[in-house]
Design a protein around this ligand. Structure first.
Ligand SMILES: Cc1cc2nc3c(=O)[nH]c(=O)nc-3n(C[C@H](O)[C@H](O)[C@H](O)COP(=O)(O)OP(=O)(O)OC[C@H]3O[C@@H](n4cnc5c(N)ncnc54)[C@H](O)[C@@H]3O)c2cc1C
Length: 460
């Protein structure tokens, strides 16, 4: 049992932890980082990256079909799930090695072990039973899939973790959940040829997104052959030979080959010893932190999903960087969590930033709404029945564009760029003054002249 001393001990080598470790080390700190699974964390190993690779794969089916309207003759294409998974795994291994060599380059000591807190300054490495003393500790342990209440047959259910490693493409899959992960996996499996049923307990998918976006995407998903069943939950999963019968809360059953739950993720704090270090948890289950990611224990900080603020990779990275700047770089930096652009890599894609119409009505006195739904140009010759949707939410008092919501091809790419305009406070007049790029779908965003409607708070 040996004891080492470091300036910073980081628990978790994911998006937030790796960035924080690297930047702190660049300021001269002696840094050690512990990872119990694979370097890169959720985003690289079992989240954004592998998922996006599967998204790309899932879209080729439509591309082959659409090519016919443009004069191409494509023999009936075939698809190999094992090839896709093997190629995806190779890329993930490459990325993991790149992350590891970055840590090495910055002289961050990497330990492949589960780490738990023994007190506010001591970390216990379970793999070697070693103790490390640290002046500062950063918790960056991320989140883990949550399966909800125990139901009969829950042992048959997979999460997104396992969905990325199935031996074969399931001919039929039932997915429970209505958030972006459930929606994305429903579209991935449907695009690759599975028969997909999405079961969600709420009244519509993508809770928290703009209502028009939710409605538009649900219709598009249905048009792509996905069964979207809202207002129900799965109450049991019964094994019947090689298949499963999924029982819904209304008593009906759905036969299927796989059952996946994507009903939320919980901060990874189980068994971490946070009670021994005096760290408080907030009511939404994450580690409580201030604007500089400092916990209730003076020398312990937490970033990323474990704090349950905005659970996205770029946010975890920004929080990790800001922590290192603050504590080791002498540059106190807080993170602005307002107007974070985000995408849902569904088919079609969703890109959003800022306020939804409902949030704007809640927060502002006057709201102007501009919106349009149209057939994308590419769909004219292909004959595909799909429509783009674009919506601007404008503060009727200041003319500032406070929200932008897009459903359509490359919506994620569009919202990244549009996010700059919204972040710097562009007005609707600024949008109008911007020359269109023709012919594009995005030109609609600067040519939306007619208000769909104006709303004013009563008495204003
Ligand atoms: C299927 C899926 C798709 C996603 N898609 C997107 C997307 O498209 N865009 C986006 O922005 N975000 C996406 N996310 C979310 C994104 O992955 C997370 O927000 C991000 O990874 C959080 O980073 P983090 O540093 O907080 O934690 P993580 O990246 O989860 O890293 C935490 C690390 O800590 C390790 N760890 C945990 N406990 C311990 C311990 N006690 N000791 C040692 N190591 C430990 C874990 O093994 C893990 O490697 C997705 C997530 C999922 C699950």
């Amino acid at each position: 049992m040996s004891e080492t001393e470091v300036d910073l001990f980081v628990i978790g080598a994911g998006s937030g932890g790796v960035r924080a470790a690297r930047v702190a080390a660049s300021y001269g700190a002696r840094v050690m980082i512990a990872e119990e699974f694979r370097v890169g964390g959720t985003c690289v190993i079992r989240g954004c990256v592998p998922k996006k690779l599967l998204v790309y794969a899932s879209r080729f089916g439509h591309e082959f079909e659409d090519a016919a309207g443009y004069g191409w003759h494509v023999e009936k294409p075939t698809f190999s799930w094992p090839t896709l998974i093997a190629n995806k795994d190779r890329e993930i291994t490459r990325l993991e090695a790149a992350y590891t060599s970055t840590l090495e380059r910055y002289k961050v000591a990497l330990v492949k072990s589960r780490a738990v807190l023994e007190n506010a300054h001591t970390v216990h490495l379970l793999a070697t039973d070693a103790r490390v003393k640290a002046k500062t500790i950063l918790i960056a342990t991320g989140a883990w899939p949550h399966y909800g209440p125990k139901i009969p047959g829950l042992e048959h259910v997979i999460s997104s973790n396992e969905a990325l490693h199935l031996d074969e493409l399931p001919p039929r899959i039932v997915i429970q959940g209505g958030g972006y992960i459930a929606v994305e996996f429903a579209c991935i499996f449907a695009g690759l040829g599975s028969q997909v049923c999405l079961v969600y307990r709420g009244e519509n998918i993508l809770r928290g997104f703009d209502d028009d976006v939710r409605e538009h995407l649900r219709n598009e998903m249905r048009a792509n052959g996905i069964t979207v069943t809202c207002g129900h939950t799965i109450s049991a999963v019964e094994k019947a030979g090689d298949e499963f019968n999924v029982r819904l809360s209304d008593g009906s059953t759905i036969p299927t080959d796989k059952v996946m739950f994507a009903i939320g993720r919980r901060p990874n704090i189980m068994g971490l010893g946070i009670d021994k270090a005096g760290i408080r948890i907030c009511e939404h289950g994450g580690i409580e932190v201030d604007g500089y990611s400092r916990t209730s224990a003076e020398n312990i900080y937490a970033v990323g999903d474990v704090t349950n603020r905005v659970n996205l990779t770029p946010v975890a990275i920004r929080e990790g960087h800001a922590f290192a700047d603050t504590v080791f770089g002498g540059k106190p930096t807080d993170v602005d969590h307002a107007d974070v652009p985000s995408a849902v890599f569904s088919e079609p894609e969703v890109g959003v930033i800022g306020l939804t119409e409902a949030q704007a009505r809640d927060q502002l006195d006057k709201v102007d709404i501009y919106k349009t739904a149209f057939r994308p140009m590419k769909a004219t010759l292909s004959g595909r029945q799909t429509r783009c949707f674009m919506k601007l939410v404008v503060d009727g008092t200041t003319d500032r564009v406070v929200g932008c919501h897009i459903v359509g091809p490359d919506a994620g790419e569009l919202i990244q760029v549009l996010g700059i305009a919204v972040k710097i406070g562009a007005t609707k007049a600024d949008f109008d003054a911007t020359m269109a790029v023709h012919p594009t779908a995005a030109e609609e965003l600067v040519t939306l002249r007619e208000k769909a409607f104006s709303w004013s708070r009563q008495g204003v």
